[in-house]
Design a protein around this ligand. Sequence first.
Ligand code: FE2
Length: 138
Amino acid sequence: MHESIPHWDARFELGREDGDLQHRYFLNLVNRLAGALSDARGVARRAALLAELKAYDRFHLLSEENLMQRDAYPGLARHRRLHDELFDALSSREHAVSLADEATTVDDIVRFLVEWCVHHTAGEDRLYAEFRQQAAGR
Ligand SMILES: [Fe+2]
């Protein structure tokens, strides 16, 4: 386990099985890739690892947005914007890695991904979970 990456805990549990599985997988993936990125020799290898992360991330964000659409979640447009910003930020890091930009270190990428897990999943995604719970209680 990369030292700055949190363990899965209750703040990430949002009460929907497939969503929780996806978030748990994302955290595992971040952890595995953090180790692999640190060991990676060469730009092509690092870029390939980030491409794997991006592919999973794209799938996960679309999956979440589709559920929000199904549930007529009023925060969907805002949430989609946040997803787009996160994805753009990840893409620009991937681009920097492919250009061998020294300033974009593995630590910077891991920090960004951990921020994402902690603030987006435990914050913004939780708002949607709360909306669903309220809708179910109506
Ligand atoms: Fe989200």
